[in-house]
Design a protein around this ligand. Structure first.
Ligand SMILES: [Zn+2]
Length: 452
């Protein structure tokens, strides 16, 4: 009898131990799943105010989403370094949902976004609260890089943000670069500006004569690209007259006020998204005879070296004086009115070759090589030699390598026949799950040992 009771107690104990083991295991798995960021590394600017969790409740598919919650303003992200082939377009998309995302300063580039760490390349940034899951995309060209670190981020290069964001459903594709030498330009002529600068409201419109001059100059620019490069490239310019005024300007200590990509994003995004442009010009008037000193512009008529989501972006400023011949062809005064357009476009080509680590002269270094601004045609000779790699240096010719005419920005049409890369795939079955688990454990051991 005694022996039988003992056996029952042992059995009950075994069952209790088994149940406890299951409960502990259940909680361990739950905690593991909640904190499992797989191959992602978590990064924060300020400690103690951001939480990273996997969310099994708010999710787009069966897989838990990746959540960042910043109680106060911070720049927080989880990131992963991936290998890329050089000079290849990539598109990374994901689904995103936000709740009360607020940026610390009023800049559109701050919020929930995908970005490449250490660069300005990014997707759109989402602020506020989204009712539905939204898809965002980071389109970039790897250029000279063999790896890039991709971050899913709440914050941004321009400043910090707070709020909640969920990321999920990552998808990476590589596309096929368009290496043709046919360039497509979007030229936006803004009919007016209505901005507040230094507590003053400035309201300006362009005239019909401005429009006429710019239209003719753009046609001249189109021809100049072909002729001055000896057919190394062609340009096709689409002109859009935009009636909605520009309502904000960007500021730079060196240049004063200018039109940054985010100042016109709402007016140009639909046109850019539905076409495949390789370069963007924004034509604007920032002053006239009466308003001469209202908007501080430090001695620039064109401004370049900028990009709108990877596409070259330049400002073309109409001169304040209505008697200026900057954009007017006149056989006795100015035979090269397309100079500002060409100059700013060349800044984008210069930037591209710099990013591909080519050793080229700076566009502004014409004096070093013995060129000077001439009557009627300005720096035309310099540009011709620059574009044809025909500038005489010590014992060789220098200038733009002609490969630059084939190096256009990545865009949606590059992904017509895309290839899906499994880099961001979540474990889909028990084997993949266990494999990922082993990887995570090995990595954590390495981190603890100080090797990671
Ligand atoms: Zn310049």
């Amino acid at each position: 009898m005694k022996n039988r009771n003992g056996k029952i107690i042992v059995k009950i104990l075994n069952i209790i131990i088994l149940i406890i083991t299951f409960i502990v295991l259940f909680y361990v798995i739950k905690v593991y799943n909640k904190n499992n960021f797989n191959d992602f590394v978590r990064n924060i600017e300020k400690a103690g105010i951001t939480e990273f969790v996997r969310d099994n409740e708010i999710k787009y598919t069966d897989t838990s989403s990746y959540k960042i919650y910043s109680k106060d303003y911070n720049d927080a992200m989880f990131s992963k370094t991936i290998k890329v082939d050089k000079n290849t377009p990539y598109r990374l998309t994901c689904k995103v949902k936000t709740k009360n995302v607020v940026s610390e300063i009023d800049k559109k580039g701050i919020g929930a976004q995908i970005s490449i760490v250490g660069s300005t390349e990014r997707s759109v940034a989402i602020q506020g609260t989204t009712d539905e899951w939204k898809e965002i995309a980071l389109i970039f060209n790897s250029k000279n890089r063999e790896e890039v670190e991709i971050g899913f981020r709440l914050g941004g290069n321009d400043g910090n943000a707070r709020g909640e964001v969920w990321f999920t459903d990552f998808r990476l594709e590589s596309g096929i670069a368009d290496n043709s030498t046919e360039w497509k330009f979007a030229c936006f002529i803004f009919e007016s500006i209505d901005v507040n600068v230094e507590n003053k409201n400035v309201n300006l419109s362009i005239t019909n004569s401005d429009k006429r001059d710019i239209n003719q100059t753009i046609i001249r620019f189109q021809d100049a690209c072909k002729e001055l490069t000896n057919n190394k490239m062609t340009a096709k310019c689409d002109i859009y007259e935009i009636p909605e005024p520009i309502t904000s300007l960007s500021y730079d200590e060196q240049f004063g006020y200018y039109v940054g990509p985010e100042d016109v994003e709402s007016q140009i995004k639909d046109i850019i998204n539905s076409n495949d442009y390789d370069h963007i010009f924004v034509v604007v008037r920032l002053g006239d005879e009466k308003h001469n000193s209202d908007i501080e512009v430090n001695d620039w008529i064109g401004l370049g070296y900028m990009d709108y989501y990877g596409i070259g972006f330049s400002n073309i400023r109409l001169p304040n004086s209505s008697t200026s011949y900057t954009y007017k062809y006149d056989v006795r005064i100015n035979t090269f009115p397309e100079e500002v357009f060409l100059h700013e476009f060349l800044h984008s080509l210069e930037r591209t070759l710099n990013e591909y680590n080519y050793n080229i002269p700076a566009l502004h270094d014409y004096e070093k090589y013995g060129y000077k601004t001439e009557n009627l045609e300005g720096l035309k000779k310099w540009y011709v030699d620059y574009m044809n790699c025909n500038i005489q240096a010590l014992n060789q010719k220098v200038g733009l390598d002609s490969i630059v005419y084939t190096l256009k920005p990545a865009k949606s049409s590059n992904f017509k026949y895309s290839y899906i890369i499994k880099e961001f795939k979540e474990p889909e079955n028990i084997i993949e799950y266990i494999r990922q688990l082993c990887k995570n454990i090995t990595r954590n051991i390495k981190i603890i040992k100080g090797e990671g």
